[in-house]
Design a protein around this ligand. Structure first.
Ligand code: FPP
Length: 248
């Protein structure tokens, strides 16, 4: 599979892959387990997919780990998810450094419990010099929140006469998004069978290729990931141009 990926020189490996990791609860339910078991198994998949992404040369991997809407889940599940995420980050930080992976986070991080936030920032600091894959966790994130925040910042700059309304364009807007340190995703993968983008990177996904799979996140393997990359490589990306313009 890897060979196929590398041989296709005309269609490069996507620089940025974003993933909506869905289906943990249903995976657990289908086995008569508690939903929490699905999240525990989901963390293992995060490890596998991060390793695989680094191995095949993806530069940015953004994972939707906790949405703004997830705060409305039962409080025990919210607490468990927070604990799991922070525990995994703490445990994996030495390995992230060894593998030259830089950790970043996007979202309303001020809403995270203090301990979780501090430990997240600690891992971000510890990996900040790494130059390989950037692993970006979307935590307490929603795209509408991010876009609204950007509007608020631009409005404040305009009010203070530091920016005129005419200076607001694609690039000044993007500069005020949480994702301003990385290029837009080339490929969005959603596991778990639903075919929607659910308030995730709405601005940034404008030209992304979308890949939906029924596989639940805990069952999603390195081979499934490579299959998605292969499918991406077979697509023609036109960015609003004609096919002829692209081939020229
Ligand atoms: C969606 O499944 C998944 C989540 C809300 C959480 C995903 C988080 C993890 C896999 C842990 C991430 C850990 C790190 C270290 C980033 P769901 O509960 O919505 O499943 P369902 O749709 O089947 O109910």
């Amino acid at each position: 599979m890897e060979k196929v990926i590398k041989e296709k020189s005309t269609n490069p490996i996507p620089v940025h892959v974003a993933i909506i990791m869905d289906g943990n609860g249903r995976w657990a339910k289908s086995r008569g387990l508690d939903r929490s078991e699905g999240h525990v198994k989901g963390v293992e998949t995060v490890r596998t997919i991060t390793e695989t992404a680094a191995e095949i040369g993806v530069k940015y991997l953004t994972l939707y780990a906790f949405s703004t809407e997830n705060w409305n889940r039962p409080s025990e599940e919210v607490m468990l998810l927070m604990k799991l995420i922070v525990k995994a980050i703490k445990k994996e930080t030495p390995d992230l450094i060894r593998n030259n992976v830089r950790l970043k986070a996007i979202g309303d991080l001020d809403r995270l419990p203090v301990e979780s936030r501090e430990s997240l920032h600690e891992s971000i600091r510890a990996t900040s010099e790494c130059t390989g894959l950037t692993l970006c966790l979307a935590l307490s994130y929603s795209s509408r929140w991010e876009i609204t925040e950007a509007c608020r910042k631009l409005a404040a700059l305009s009010k203070d006469r530091k920016l005129t309304p005419q200076e607001i364009n694609d690039s000044t807007f993007e500069a005020h998004l949480n994702t301003n340190f990385m290029p837009d995703p080339d490929l969005l993968i959603r596991t778990g069978g639903d075919r929607r983008v659910s308030n995730f990177l709405l601005w940034q996904l404008a030209y992304a290729e979308l890949y939906f799979t029924p596989i639940f996140w805990p069952d999603f393997t390195a081979d499934h990931f490579k299959e998605a990359i292969k499918e991406f490589q077979s697509r023609e990306r036109r960015f609003g141009l004609t096919s002829e313009q692209i081939t020229q």
